[in-house]
Design a protein around this ligand. Structure first.
Ligand SMILES: NC(=O)c1ccc[n+]([C@@H]2O[C@H](COP(=O)([O-])OP(=O)(O)OC[C@H]3O[C@@H](n4cnc5c(N)ncnc54)[C@H](O)[C@@H]3O)[C@@H](O)[C@H]2O)c1
Length: 250
């Protein structure tokens, strides 16, 4: 991909799943990659798995003060930031009537407040440096209704609108887009779906399979690269065709 070599990249939630695959992809592209994640063990694992990583930072994106401290660490490690993959997120499978205020709050804190806290710190540096790319992690759940994920869906819809607003205010210096994956096989999915549930999902997806983290990483790489220089404020769905048509027809 053109224009990723030597770029300074931060990936939140980069120690596992889609974030880890994206870290690996950007390192392969010759970028300097730092992973920020709350999971200490997973951070150690990713350091072993990707020896060319420029570093890992332990922080909870939902904690504003921790995010500010994390960016000070990042300044030491990379001396600036060209690309933010704003990916950290959580989900809880539960019915709308059983969501507790604490669960609702935690999902909003990580998935929406966390995206905002990190994006604001990144944008400060990018505006001062006269350029940058921010890619926020949304979901098809932010575009359609899905049962058992009301809090998650609302948080991801918020990320989509936040992205549009950021793109307008940060243009023409910083490009901002949102990626909306459908079903991607990661530890997040494996924790909440049985193999039977996953097979059922696959049968309803036009491309007849779940997505791979590497396929989402490739979309991040394209959107961060110079190939996407004229793209900002957009929503990119990567879902094997899932939301193209009505599921009832299957
Ligand atoms: N897997 C999918 O099908 C799918 C689909 C659409 C969107 N997404 C989104 O993609 C992102 C990554 O999902 P995944 O499937 O790779 O999940 P995952 O659970 O495999 O990985 C998420 C990573 O984020 C980290 N994390 C969680 N909370 C954090 C916090 N408060 N601060 C810092 N790091 C934190 C975790 O430690 C983990 O390393 C999430 O935002 C998720 O909502 C996933």
């Amino acid at each position: 991909m053109r224009g990723l070599k030597e770029k300074r990249v931060l990936i939140t939630g980069g120690a596992r799943g889609i974030g880890a695959a994206t870290a690996s992809r950007f390192v392969d592209e010759g970028a300097h990659v730092v992973v920020l994640d709350v999971d200490e063990e997973a951070c150690q694992r990713i350091e072993d798995e990707i020896p060319l990583l420029s570093g890992t930072i332990r922080a909870d994106v939902s904690d504003h003060k921790a995010v500010i401290r994390a960016f000070r660490e990042l300044d030491e490690l990379l001396k600036g930031l060209d690309i933010l993959i704003n990916n950290a997120g959580i989900s809880i499978r539960h019915s709308f009537m059983k969501i507790t205020p604490e669960e609702w709050q935690r999902v909003m804190d990580v998935n929406l407040n966390g995206i905002f806290f990190v994006a604001q710190q990144a944008a400060q540096r990018m505006l001062a440096d006269n350029g940058g790319v921010i890619l926020n992690m949304g979901s098809t759940n932010g575009l359609m209704g899905y049962p058992f994920y009301a809090d998650y869906n609302a948080s991801k819809a918020g990320v989509i609108e936040l992205t549009r607003s950021m793109a307008l205010e940060l243009a023409p210096t910083v490009r901002v887009n949102v990626i909306c994956p459908g079903y991607i096989l990661t530890p997040m999915q494996e924790a909440e779906y049985t193999p039977e549930m996953l097979r059922e999902c696959e049968s309803k997806i036009p491309l007849r399979r779940l997505g791979k983290p590497e396929e989402v990483a490739a979309l991040f790489a394209f959107l961060a690269s110079n190939e996407a220089q004229y793209i900002t404020g957009q929503i990119f769905v990567i879902d094997g065709g899932e939301i193209t048509g009505g599921l009832a027809s299957r």
